[in-house]
Design a protein around this ligand. Structure first.
Ligand code: NCD
Ligand code: ZN
Ligand code: ZN
Length: 394
């Protein structure tokens, strides 16, 4: 197919290290089909599916099911993340080897949307994944420091009288796991890094040669805890939206490379889980269809952004972290490439009803964002053309 790409920017297909596809178990919030359509519209050709499904992705059966649903949908490659521990209890090591050696070839292990809190479990998981070149993706949050927390702990939480989630709850686990990564020689990836001090700890760890990588979410690059003043649960997310000072440090760390990648933490929620009071709402927000625009904003805006750096942080580096060889490479001549065509001069207004995701919990509703995805190609086949999903997917 010939596409007129005059004036457009050609990127390697975007790769998301952190997507909640909600299937199996919460198909009222998202399915692999709707979630990967949202991914394609956002310019993604691969997503790593987080393990907190129902049942939890803690066996070869579940991870193979998720991968098969991704193949059947055909919109993006779905690489399942396995759960470190069995079920929801976070105590016993799951069948990591069975998932690694399954048809899904799982390399990344996480807990079910929570921190791998128990240091003994974390150490054993690291020693195990090291044997086959895997890694642990850590949602760093010390649960005893976040118990009851509703938003970032700081001046705004004090004013609103909402229980705070302190920065140190994240930083304490990152510091511990940097040490465990160095002790075991295994790889740790830090999910949704949100504080300035976390960046400092990761910078120091990397300077010592620790085997750690880190991701930042678009919402932590743009929004702050000031938005909690609206009491609109769309702004409730784990880890919480932080301060302006954190946003500035995260942006600089992303540009510098201390933060390796942008990851969406796309967290769709059904209406009943968001259309309620703040305290009762589930944490999490949509990300796949807006991540590219927010990343461009965070890296200087559509006219200033270094597109090569953007490709590094949203495609090549996340592909390398996840071990997805076919993604994030600059395509070779004749190859069936994963590509994203972006209009750098266009802008769009976020209309929740127009999103491909099954859920509507975007914090950017009504906002006008820079750059549009014109086309996405998965191994040479268009999943998105002229900004809309190509329906004839075989
Ligand atoms: C995630 C979810 O909804 O599954 N929520 C969130 O606020 N980020 C869980 C997670 O990644 O921590
Ligand atoms: Zn998390
Ligand atoms: Zn998540």
């Amino acid at each position: 197919r010939v596409v007129d790409a005059d004036g457009l920017v050609l990127l390697p297909g975007l790769v998301d290290l952190h997507t909640h596809l909600r299937e199996p178990g919460r198909e009222d919030a998202e399915t692999v089909y709707t979630g990967t359509r949202a991914a394609a519209k956002g310019g993604y050709t691969a997503v790593c599916a987080m393990a907190n499904s129902y049942p939890v992705a803690d066996t070869a059966g579940v991870v193979e099911q998720v991968a098969a649903l991704g193949r059947a949908a055909g919109y993006a490659d779905v690489q399942p993340i396995g759960a470190v521990s069995v079920g929801l209890e976070g105590k016993r090591l799951a069948e990591i080897g069975a998932m690694a050696h399954s048809a899904a070839a799982v390399r990344m292990f996480s807990d079910d949307g929570h921190c791998v809190w128990d240091p003994v479990l974390m150490r054993r998981a690291l020693e195990y994944v090291k044997t086959f070149g895997g890694l642990v993706a850590q949602h760093a949050e010390e649960p005893r420091l976040t118990e009851g927390a509703q938003m970032n702990e700081g001046a705004v939480s004090a004013e609103l009288g909402l229980p705070g989630w302190p920065a140190v709850a994240e930083e304490a686990i990152i510091a511990r796991d940097v040490l465990l990564a160095e002790y075991t020689g295994a790889r740790v990836h830090f999910c949704h890094v949100s504080t300035a001090r976390s960046v400092d700890i990761i910078r120091e760890a990397k300077a010592r040669g620790a085997n750690v990588t880190a991701e930042v979410c678009p919402h932590h690059l743009l929004l702050t805890d000031e938005s909690a003043r609206t009491y609109d649960p769309v702004y409730k997310v784990n880890p919480p939206l932080r301060r302006d000072a954190d946003v500035a440090v995260l942006r600089a760390a992303l540009a510098e490379g201390v933060i390796d990648a942008v990851a969406t933490d796309h967290a769709p929620h059904a209406p009943q889980d968001k259309d309620c009071e703040w305290a009762a709402a589930r944490p999490g927000m949509l990300g796949l269809e807006t991540a590219l625009s927010i990343s461009v904003l965070a890296l200087g805006g559509p006219t200033e952004v270094d597109w090569d750096l953007l490709a590094e942080r949203t495609s090549r580096t996340p592909a390398r972290i996840a071990g997805l060889d076919a993604h994030g490479r600059d395509p070779e001549p004749g190859a069936e490439a994963n590509l994203t065509l972006v209009d750098p001069a266009a802008s769009w207004t976020v209309v929740p009803a127009d999103l491909a995701s099954l859920s509507r919990n975007t914090p950017y509703a009504g906002m006008t964002l820079p750059v549009t995805v014109q086309a996405t190609f998965l191994r040479g086949r268009a999943t998105v053309l002229n900004g809309t999903i190509a329906e004839e997917i075989q």
